[in-house]
Design a protein around this ligand. Structure first.
Ligand code: SAM
Ligand code: SF4
Length: 502
């Protein structure tokens, strides 16, 4: 559909056909969704002043990579004692290391369209925001964006983002995914490609999600924004598509039913009490695990509300989360859903990212541009009228990778797990037992080598080589049988071959 061709009548008709009640009610238990607001409030109140021994027992359970119960998470959320908090931070870091070692994965968001039929109070893409410059990329423009990302910056993984609108319906989303996977560009020593296309898009029907599965969509992200029913109704005006809480809360259930391998949950922190939202995320993970044979969310996102052009709510909300509470919530999510990946984005400042990454984050973005067409148009300064919100960290991928190397972290561009079937149920088992860490350690080295050879500045290369030497040494000691095969692949990559993996 052409952006100019949609009449108000057609838009209304499209909106009217999106929600399928039968794909909501089928997941209910006793006619209700899995968030009982009163029960959450009650659990938070009941677990006040938790004793030290109880908290330490809970930390032991997290260390065994077991999902916590709502009462256990409520107890962690009530910890005020400094010494106990320090123990929680230490346990969170330990679990991150156990499940994901010293790896961090990087990606870039790619915004394809900012047309939207909704009017969320916190988002600059809302339909009534008249200062927003609307644009939907053509498929050629999408390819251009992917070429810059894969060929000049060196990204291998994207989260592609769309407003909810008939011009960015499922067919457009599917076409953009295919266009991105098709891109292959020459780099200094080899070639660059986007190997994993994740999306952040509105809730869809099982039928539409099957279309996306068939074109190889990666992880499907839908953030519930707020889990509190009343707060949800307040920020999503009645009558808009997004005002249907239940259609949204079962979006990921439908995705798993459609055969999408990995799903990602999230809450937008700052719309309601942060403790309530952490409980909501946990209940969400538990309900997915209950219905899908133990498969919970692949990742959890916990963006904080950022300022957005002509969107006064973003400055007025009384639930904005302080840096101190942010640190707590990152650690408590890591402890509560210990197997899940955790995504911190460039919404946060470099300083905050540095502080909370060691508490459990596994993925982050860099060289981020969130204006529509911003990578190939090469506008570096943020332009509020083309963006959903304002970023806190606009450093390049090269700078971020260098900083990680200085922190002893290896940046992994590995996407092999997905392509070898290490997804969904299979990956859950591997993550819980720590087995995934072995494959990932090898593939992190191989993809890091590729990136250093193709994209790194001299300065970054210097610290990066140190990280790679250390990793090779550990692999030689810990996995001596596969070490010779690793060295063979490593040499082939040095000679310009790409995309070799275990
Ligand atoms: N339109 C789809 C939707 O709402 O699900 C797709 C994605 S929306 C463009 C991506 C996410 O950005 C939202 O789910 C929301 O959590 C987040 N977001 C919106 N406004 C924001 C703001 N002012 N600050 C931080 N994050 C924001
Ligand atoms: Fe539209 Fe999503 Fe922004 Fe809401 S958050 S206005 S649905 S783009």
């Amino acid at each position: 559909m052409n952006t100019q061709q949609i009449s108000v009548k057609d838009e209304k008709k499209w909106v009217g056909n999106v929600i399928r009640e039968d794909e909501v009610t089928k997941y209910f238990v006793d006619g209700k969704d899995f968030i009982n607001d009163d029960e959450i409030v009650e659990k938070l109140a009941k677990n006040k002043n938790p004793d030290k021994a109880k908290i330490r027992d809970i930390l032991q359970k997290s260390r065994a990579v077991e999902t916590l119960s709502p009462n256990e998470t409520a107890a962690l959320l009530n910890v005020e004692d400094e010494e106990l908090l320090e123990e929680m931070y230490a346990a969170a870091s330990e679990i991150k290391k156990k499940v994901y070692d010293n790896r961090i994965v990087t990606f870039a968001p790619l915004y394809c369209s900012n047309y939207c039929v909704n009017n969320c109070l916190y988002c600059a893409f809302g339909s009534e925001n008249k200062v927003q410059k609307r644009r939907r990329l053509t498929l050629d423009e999408v390819r251009n964006e992917a070429e810059v990302l894969a060929g000049e910056i060196g990204h291998k993984r994207l989260v592609v983002v769309y407003g909810e609108h008939p011009v960015s319906d499922v067919y457009f989303i599917a076409d953009t995914i295919k266009a991105i996977y098709d891109v292959k560009v020459r780099t200094k020593n080899g070639f660059g490609q986007i190997r994993r296309v994740n999306i952040n898009a509105a809730p869809m029907s099982i039928n539409d999600l099957t279309i996306l599965r068939n074109v190889g969509v990666g992880t499907y992200q839908v953030f519930q924004e707020t889990y509190n029913h009343k707060a949800y109704a307040h920020v999503h005006p009645a009558g808009t598509l997004k005002s249907n809480y239940r259609w949204r809360i079962y979006a990921l259930h439908r995705a798993l039913d459609a055969g999408v391998d990995d799903v990602a949950i999230g809450a937008l922190f700052g719309l309601y009490d942060w403790r309530f939202e952490v409980m909501g995320l946990l209940y969400h993970a538990i309900d997915l695990e209950r219905l899908f044979g133990g498969i919970g969310p692949h990742t959890v996102s916990f963006p904080r509300l950022e300022p957005a052009a002509n969107t006064p709510f973003t400055n007025e909300s009384r639930y904005k989360v302080s840096d101190e509470d942010f640190k707590k919530l990152v650690a408590i999510i890591r402890l509560s859903i210990p197997y899940a990946g955790m995504i911190i984005t460039a919404r946060e400042s470099a300083q905050i990212r540095r502080e909370v990454i060691p508490l459990g984050c596994t993925q982050t973005d860099a060289s981020t541009r969130i204006g529509i067409g911003a990578y190939s148009d090469r506008y570096n300064d943020q332009e509020a009228e083309r963006q959903q919100f304002i970023l806190g960290d606009t450093r390049s991928l090269d700078e971020v990778i260098r900083e990680f190397a200085e922190m002893g972290l290896i940046t992994s561009f590995c996407t092999a797990g997905y392509r070898c079937g290490r997804t969904g149920e299979h990956i859950m088992k591997l993550l819980r037992t720590g087995t995934e860490a072995r494959f990932c350690k090898l593939n992190a080295v191989l993809t890091y080598r590729e990136w250093l050879d193709d994209f790194a500045s001299d300065e970054t290369k210097k610290v990066g080589e140190k990280v790679i030497r250390q990793e090779m040494k550990e692999i030689k000691e810990q996995m001596s049988t596969v070490y010779p095969s690793l060295v063979k692949y490593y040499r082939r990559i040095e000679n310009g071959e790409r995309d070799l993996y275990f």
